[in-house]
Design a protein around this ligand. Structure first.
Ligand SMILES: [Zn+2]
Ligand SMILES: [Zn+2]
Length: 379
């Protein structure tokens, strides 16, 4: 799948070359061992040449895999690099923060506000289609499908940009030890392929199962939808928990899953970085399992897709906030609710595991794999 990704996106496996001065400037603030750090993750390509790059880690040398593609002029980027560059984080997110920085207690984000954000965005394309229906034009699948794929990308980009803005404003977890990771050059092709596959396959999935051009899509919801949404998310999370825990405990499966763990301090876009077989399971088979258990109309499946995409991006953002799951937040009353720090810690734990759920900590609590929070301890 990786070589297919490289073929499809036209990415070269060789990292882009930097001139000697650029390398020296970027690494000078990092280490006296010149050459060990090829580039500072916090270099801002819009700064004048020669501007010293800020530190990115408390360790002497930043040994994370090089990320230099974002420094290229846009006209020289491959298609894969352009796709990954769409969601590039502000440079501040990659900087090490000083020990003296006092941001105060970790703030809590309102779930009401976030539900309004998701619903208003998810209903917009349904409203466009409904308006067309009321004028007598019912969209055939070949027209509606690319529209929904495009809208999924639009939503993802808007959400990534918004959450990155919050990361700058509120900070990120573990920021006094290390800044957030960039997309490594070696993973650009795979990530770009994963992003494209996610958008195309996840939207296509609901068209194959449920699209009906005569349906009044804006009103195709039943009163039980909120309950079925939560049941769907818990069913999805159960299947994901089983697969994910096995991936950490069975060496052959870890070989597949470790690609997703290339990053220990992920950002929103790295949510989708995974090996091909994992992508297939996460994007297609596990949601199919949940959909087989919990039936939904086309419109309900669409809103559920937007909810799921929202949570997957949020969970990898690293935003320093007690930002809870938008519909399963009530699990907090039972000590089983999920917040951003939980999956952030999962990446830091590496193969040793803990916090396998991506929608809740219900299955982690039941099966004894719930990890302790650090910066949001007791919240
Ligand atoms: Zn994992
Ligand atoms: Zn992850």
């Amino acid at each position: 799948m990786a070589s297919l990704a490289a073929f499809a996106t036209g990415i070269s496996s060789a990292p882009p070359s930097l001139d000697a001065k650029q390398r020296r400037d970027s690494s000078s603030s990092m280490s006296s061992e010149e050459g060990e750090t090829p580039i500072s993750y916090a270099t801002d390509p819009s700064n004048p040449p020669g501007t010293p790059a800020p530190r990115t880690t408390r360790q002497k040398v930043d040994r994370r895999p090089p990320s230099t593609f974002y420094l290229k002029p846009k006209s020289k980027m491959t298609l894969a690099e352009r796709i990954c560059n769409l969601a590039t984080c502000p440079p501040e997110m990659h900087e090490l923060k000083p020990e003296s920085l006092d941001r105060g207690p970790v703030p809590t984000q309102s779930v009401v506000k976030e539900n309004l954000y998701i619903f208003s965005r998810a209903l917009a394309p349904l409203a466009v289609q409904q308006a067309s229906h009321s004028l007598g034009f019912h969209w055939p699948a070949w027209l509606a499908y690319p529209f929904f794929v495009w809208y999924t990308m639009h939503f993802a980009l808007h959400w990534v940009t918004r959450i990155n803005g919050y990361c700058v404003k509120l900070g990120t977890f573990d920021e006094k030890q290390i800044g957030r990771d960039r997309t490594p050059d070696k993973s650009v092709g795979q990530l770009a392929f994963g992003i494209t596959a996610y958008m195309v396959a996840r939207s296509g999935f609901m068209f194959v199962l449920k699209y009906n051009r005569q349906a009044d899509v804006l009103f195709d919801f039943s009163w039980s939808y909120p309950l079925r949404l939560m049941a769907w998310q818990l069913a999805l999370d159960y299947a994901f928990y089983c697969y994910h825990r096995a991936s950490h405990e069975v060496d052959a499966l870890w070989f597949i899953h470790k690609q997703h763990h290339t990053t220990k301090h992920p950002t929103a876009i790295l949510a989708i970085l995974a090996e091909g077989i994992q992508e297939c399971l996460e994007v297609f088979l596990i949601p199919l399992f949940a959909t087989a258990l919990i039936p939904m109309s086309f419109s309900e499946m669409w809103v559920t897709l937007i909810y799921t995409l929202y949570i997957e991006i949020l969970g990898h953002s690293g935003v320093r906030s007690h930002w809870r799951h938008t519909s399963l937040f009530w699990l907090d009353w039972f000590g089983a609710g999920l917040a951003v720090e939980d999956h952030d810690l999962h990446h830091r734990f590496g193969k040793s595991g803990k916090n396998y759920g991506k929608q809740s900590r219900l299955w982690d609590a039941i099966f004894g794999t719930k990890g302790e929070r650090i910066e949001t301890w007791g919240m």
